[in-house]
Design a protein around this ligand. Structure first.
Ligand code: C5P
Length: 243
């Protein structure tokens, strides 16, 4: 998929107040053109956070991971489209019917955001899955791929996945199936709680369409400089890969 290099980097507004979000936006929006709003900020400030991003001419990834009965999620998505959100997430564990109902709602909308399925959160391990699903015969990787395939057949545009799964997911679901990947660290940056990380360059080489980089930018002494250098790294890697 052809995406501008500066729109491949998504910075999460992982803050608890609109005031802090505005400060971060003012610092970063000269270079960063895509911001993620998750349940932390959205619970605190609601659609006002989306407006603040849009006001600065940037795009919004609303990461609320919808998981409810299909009719409720479908109606929520109608409101989300009115907010002019560019990417949003639903849970693939919500099932085929949930995903399909969201895709169908979007058919009737003039502006169509990209809908991504969340497969298995990286905080979940095989022991957790065994406890929740009550079966001992489960491979996390297999589960991620199975859910990605189900998302694709429901008409969902792509998935959120670890960078280590990108190549496999693309080989199953096709090159145009969007993959957005967190857990990205510039060379030498602190990992924080992310266990397996790749650099922005490596992620693009593996086929990531979008990458999420938070703390290495937000906690840096000069956040804008770090963001600019990541965008430059993405630009070079995209050119080399011809995407
Ligand atoms: O780069 P950093 O680790 O700070 O990014 C954290 C952001 O990425 C958070 O907003 C978190 O929700 C998101 N994320 C993640 N791991 C996932 C999915 C999303 O860290 N598997």
């Amino acid at each position: 998929m052809r995406i501008k290099p500066e729109e491949r980097l998504i910075v999460p507004l992982d803050v608890m107040t609109l005031q802090s979000a505005k400060k971060l936006l003012d610092t970063l929006s000269p270079a960063v053109k895509f911001f993620k709003i998750g349940c932390m900020l959205f619970t605190a400030s609601g659609p006002a956070a989306v407006d603040e991003v849009k006001k600065r001419g940037c795009k919004v990834f609303l990461d609320l991971k919808y998981f409810d009965i299909p009719s409720v999620v479908a109606k929520s998505v109608q409101s989300l489209v009115r907010m002019d959100v560019d990417i949003f997430t639903i849970h693939t564990l919500g099932g085929f019917e949930l995903m399909e109902s969201v895709v169908k709602v979007l058919w009737n909308e003039k502006t169509k955001p990209i809908v991504l399925g969340v497969t298995i959160l990286t905080s979940i391990n095989e022991a957790f899955l065994r406890d929740v699903l009550g079966t001992s015969d489960i491979s996390l990787e297999e589960e991620v791929r199975r859910l990605a395939e189900m998302a694709r057949s429901a008409g969902v545009d792509g998935v959120v996945s670890s960078a280590f799964e990108i190549e496999h997911i693309k080989s199953i679901c096709g090159e145009n199936f969007v993959v957005l990947t967190p857990g990205i660290r510039p060379k030498g940056a602190e990992k924080f709680d992310q266990k397996r990380v790749l650099t922005p360059k490596e992620a693009i080489q593996k086929g990531a369409d979008y990458i999420v980089v938070g703390r290495p930018i937000i906690n840096a002494p000069e956040p804008l400089k770090v963001a600019e250098s990541i965008i430059e790294e993405i630009r070079t890697a995209s050119k080399e890969k011809n995407v």
